[in-house]
Design a protein around this ligand. Structure first.
Ligand SMILES: [Zn+2]
Length: 264
């Protein structure tokens, strides 16, 4: 595994001076990490953007022109019109194909802390993080809701490609559902229970690449704060938690985390 600092390309050198000016913030956060008994990360779509994965909740990312993903990637569409659902989701699978972890994923893996993620792309695990809590599920498998049979991604892709109607099906004939939390579905209860416990017990939560606007994920930093822990917010966009953050880093997530690692 190459180190996060190796991931810095020449195109990013232009930001080096501003990073130097903010060195104090990275040193402060590094000190907080060293002195904390427990540190946990909460990550969102912004962590995977440098890997070439668009934030599909953002308008204008062009994933599927003229279609609102929140309308199509909905459990009711999967139930009512699996062809339409898989027409969209098959495309989404394609956008995730062959994507690799970036320096932000690798930096979090190097920290060796549990990672609670809203992402379904599996890149934290691929980067080497051993404890990843995927609160929105993962595209790694798809399941039959009738008999519970579960199929790995490669098999789902193959059934998707081979289906006349574009709907991958279980051996029993029922349409498969990706094991991700669709709009209109509740989050995985076991994952949320674990995430909540980690958030409550954390001395420090690093919130990375998330707008912290989508509940219930946004409730996790609240839990940390309520339990007397601190939060650091590392993302370009503003968040409702900025004023509660002990450190606020608003540069490129790869650069910010690389600088943080360098300060440790
Ligand atoms: Zn089945």
């Amino acid at each position: 595994m190459s180190g996060p600092r190796n991931a810095r390309g020449p195109s990013k050198l232009g930001r080096a001076s501003s990073l130097r000016e903010r060195r104090g913030d990275h040193d402060r956060l590094a000190e907080l990490i060293r002195s904390a008994g427990s540190v946990v990360a909460l990550t969102g779509a912004g962590v995977s953007v440098p890997s070439g994965i668009p934030d599909f909740r953002s308008p204008g990312t062009g994933l599927w022109e003229n279609v609102d993903p929140m309308e199509v990637a909905h459990i009711s569409v999967w139930r009512r019109d699996p062809e339409r659902f898989w027409g969209f989701y098959g495309h989404r699978f394609a956008t995730l194909e062959g994507k690799e972890p970036n320096g932000a994923h690798r930096a979090l893996a190097a920290l060796g802390i549990p990672v609670i993620t809203q992402n379904i792309d599996g890149l934290h695990g691929k980067a080497g993080s051993r404890d990843v809590i995927e609160i929105h599920g993962s595209i790694a498998t798809a399941s039959c809701l009738v008999d519970g049979r579960r199929y790995p991604l490669a098999e789902v892709r193959s059934r998707l490609a081979g289906a006349d109607d574009g709907v991958p099906r279980c051996d029993c004939g029922e349409p498969l559902k990706p094991d991700v939390t669709l709009f209109g579905e509740l989050l995985d209860e076991a994952a949320m229970t674990r995430a909540s416990a980690l958030a409550s017990g954390a001395d420090l939560m690093l919130c990375v690449g998330s707008s912290l606007e989508v509940y219930p994920a946004a409730g996790l930093p609240e839990l940390t704060l309520q339990s007397g822990g601190r939060i650091a917010v590392i993302t370009m966009s503003s968040t409702p938690f900025d004023r509660h953050a002990v450190v606020r880093l608003d540069g490129d997530v790869e650069e910010e985390l690389s600088a943080l690692l360098a300060a440790l």
